[in-house]
Design a protein around this ligand. Structure first.
Ligand code: SAM
Length: 211
């Protein structure tokens, strides 16, 4: 969902207090950075931030950090936060490949992956956010007992992900191939992509898993 050439997006992000800079310096000291002992949840590939903002409204006792690769996308979330500032949301513009440079083991209690890019070509497998390469990175930052929640409309990506999760030795807590007609819907917060797919009548797959 790369939005090309959103003029001034880099500058706008640079000037925004919620978009964190030099985040490698916080590795190992995020609790001190926030100073209040609240748990940290992250969304990787947050897009325009709808999910994260609703989660932050519902759960003021959690710090949410949204990670997004492209300024042209992140700037939309930054604009929304300028209109409705929420004290428990921050953003990082980065490629999640480098997530272990930012968080120390145990600093993250929950990871959300919502409608991640499918990267359908075989040679791009390791770019999928649920590949075993990424699962290893998540293992290095998650708190013991912390979990990961993954939603997608893409059945091929979902089947691949469940296989990666199992073969990497994670434990699956919940798994559904039709979230919106399942027992797991309570408390669900829809993302931008999810709203679109649900309106089109597409089933949404969801898996929740932990180490
Ligand atoms: N999560 C949002 C939703 O459900 O509406 C956006 C989904 S969109 C298909 C995937 C997003 O993940 C894009 O904004 C893309 O730029 C971002 N993304 C993909 N790979 C990424 C990576 N390695 N690091 C950070 N963001 C990434």
């Amino acid at each position: 969902m790369r939005l090309k050439n959103v003029k001034g997006s880099r500058e706008r992000i640079a000037a925004n207090e919620y978009a964190l800079k030099d985040v490698e310096q916080n590795k190992g000291s995020w609790k001190e950075f926030f100073g209040d002992g609240k748990p940290i949840h992250i969304e990787i590939g947050m897009g325009k931030g709808q999910f994260l903002m609703e989660m932050a409204r519902r759960h003021p006792d959690i710090h949410y950090i949204g990670i997004e690769k492209f300024s042209s996308v992140l700037v939309r979330a930054v604009q929304k936060m300028e209109e409705e500032p929420l004290p428990n949301i921050h953003f990082i513009r980065m490629d999640a490949e480098y997530i272990c440079n930012v968080f120390e083991k145990g600093e993250v209690e929950e990871i959300y992956l919502n409608f991640s890019d499918p990267w359908p070509k075989e040679r791009h497998t390791k770019r999928r956010l649920t590949s075993h390469q990424f699962l290893e990175r998540y293992d290095q930052i998650l708190k013991e007992g912390g979990s990961i929640q993954f939603k997608t409309d893409n059945r091929d990506l979902f089947d691949f992900s469940v296989e990666e999760i199992r073969s990497a030795g994670w434990t699956i807590d919940q798994c559904t191939y039709d979230l919106h007609h399942s027992d797991f819907l309570e408390g669900n917060v829809m993302t931008e992509y999810e709203e679109r797919f649900v309106a089109e009548g597409k089933p949404i797959c969801k898996v929740t898993f932990h180490r």
